[in-house]
Design a protein around this ligand. Structure first.
Ligand SMILES: NC(=O)c1ccc[n+]([C@@H]2O[C@H](COP(=O)([O-])OP(=O)(O)OC[C@H]3O[C@@H](n4cnc5c(N)ncnc54)[C@H](OP(=O)(O)O)[C@@H]3O)[C@@H](O)[C@H]2O)c1
Length: 314
C-alpha cells in the first residue's frame, strides 16, 4: 500500500531485488481483493493515522501478516492497544524511525533484563522531507496539540515549552554536534513494549531539525542509481545499567531508502516462519536484533555493537 510514494518505491525495488513480485496498491486499489492474492502487506501510505487501521482490518480479513513504516508514535501505541489479540502478525514501524532504534536498543541491552536509562541519538547530515513526512508531522502535531512528548517515568508524558538544546558526541566521523533533546520518535513507542526501562532520552542533530522546520523544505534529491539522496545518518543507542554502558550504532545513507531493507527483511523472516507470532510485536521484539542488523547489506547499513565501557573499546 502506498507503493507509488517515495518510500513505497524503495520498498517495491527492494522486493524486486530479492526476487519477490510486488502487488503495487494505491488509493484506487480494491484492497480486500489485492490482499487476498498476497502473502503479506507492507503499508507505506502515510499519514498512518488514516491508513493503518483500514489496512490492518483488510490484512486480518485476508489472513496475512501486516507490516508498516509509520513514524507516528501515537499510531504505534493505538495499534498495540487495538490489535494485541489479532489473528495475524502485525509489525508497526519496521522502519528507520521505530524499527532501527528498537533493534539497536535490543542489541545494546543484550542480556540485561532492565536498563536504568536508554538514549537514542540521531545524526542526520540533512533532512529534506517528502510530502508524506510533512503531512505526517502536521497530523502528529495536531494530535499532540502542539506539545512535545517524552518517555519518562515508564510512560509518555507531554512537555510544554521549547525543547532542550545541548550537544552530543557521536562516534567518528560525526563527532560532537549541537542536538535538540526530546525529539521523540516511534522508537520511544516500540521499545517500551518489550524492553524494561523507565527513561528514554532522545536527541536529533539541530541541523536536521532546522531543515525539517524550514518554511518550504525541498524533498530528497536522488544522487545514485538506486534513487538515494546524499543524506547520511548515524543512530547511536546507549543503554545504562548500574553505571555500566552498552552501545549499538548504525550508519548508512538515506533514511527513506534504508527503511526498505528493514521492512522487507522483517516480512521475509515472518514468511519464513521466524518471529511470526500472531498479535502486535515490534521488529526488535520479534527477531534476533543483532542477526537482523548484520544480515543487511553493508551498502544499506553498517551496525557496530560495543559490549560495555568507553567509546575507545570499539
Ligand atoms: N518510520 C520511518 O522511518 C519512515 C520512513 C519512511 C517513511 N515513513 C512514513 O511513510 C509515509 C509515507 O512517506 P513517503 O516518504 O513515502 O511520502 P510520499 O512520497 O509523500 O508518499 C505518500 C504515499 O502515501 C499515500 N497516501 C497518503 N495518504 C493516503 C491515504 N489516506 N490513502 C491511501 N494512500 C495514501 C500517497 O498516495 P497519493 O499519492 O495517492 O496521495 C503516497 O503514495 C509517511 O507517513 C512517512 O512519515 C516513515
Amino acid at each position: 500500500m502506498g507503493a507509488a510514494g517515495h518510500t513505497g518505491r524503495f520498498v517495491v525495488a527492494e522486493l524486486r531485488r530479492r526476487g519477490i513480485t510486488p502487488i503495487a496498491c494505491g488509493r484506487g486499489t480494491d484492497l480486500d481483493s489485492a490482499l487476498r492474492a498476497a502473502d503479506a502487506v507492507i503499508n507505506c501510505a502515510g499519514p498512518f493515522a488514516a491508513t493503518a487501521m483500514p489496512v490492518i482490518e483488510s490484512a486480518i480479513g485476508a489472513g496475512i501478516p501486516y507490516l508498516d513504516v509509520t513514524a507516528e508514535l501515537e499510531v504505534v501505541t493505538d495499534t498495540f492497544a487495538s490489535y494485541a489479540g489479532a489473528s495475524i502478525p502485525i509489525v508497526p514501524a519496521a522502519a528507520f524511525y521505530g524499527g532501527l532504534g528498537d533493534l539497536l536498543a535490543t542489541a545494546a541491552m543484550d542480556d540485561w533484563p532492565v536498563a536504568d536509562h536508554l538514549t537514542i541519538a540521531y545524526a542526520l547530515s540533512s533532512w529534506r522531507p517528502t510530502p508524506g513526512t510533512r503531512a505526517t508531522g502536521k497530523v502528529s502535531a495536531q494530535r499532540r496539540d502542539g506539545r512535545r512528548i517524552a518517555y519518562t517515568g515508564h510512560r509518555m508524558q507531554f512537555r510544554p515549552g521549547d525543547p532542550p538544546r545541548t550537544e552530543w558526541t557521536f562516534p567518528a566521523p560525526v563527532g560532537t554536534q549541537p542536538v535538540i533533546g526530546e525529539f521523540t520518535m516511534a522508537d520511544s513507542a516500540t521499545i517500551p513494549t518489550h524492553l524494561d526501562t523507565p527513561e528514554i532520552s532522545t536527541y536529533m542533530t539541530a541541523n536536521a531539525v532546522d531543515d525539517l522546520r524550514a518554511p518550504d523544505p525541498s524533498g530528497p534529491a536522488a544522487v545514485d542509481g538506486r534513487g538515494r539522496s546524499a543524506q547520511t545518518f548515524l543512530v547511536e543507542v546507549v543503554a545504562q545499567s548500574q553505571g555500566v554502558r552498552r552501545r549499538a550504532v548504525a550508519s548508512g545513507q538515506d533514511i527513506y531508502a534504508v527503511t526498505a531493507p528493514l521492512v522487507v527483511e522483517a516480512a521475509t523472516r515472518i514468511l519464513a516462519g521466524a518471529g511470526d507470532a500472531a498479535g502486535v510485536a515490534s521488529i526488535g521484539a520479534r527477531f534476533d536484533a543483532k542477526d537482523l542488523l548484520r544480515s543487511l547489506s553493508p551498502e544499506d547499513l553498517t551496525p557496530v555493537f560495543h559490549a560495555s565501557g568507553p567509546r575507545s573499546d570499539s
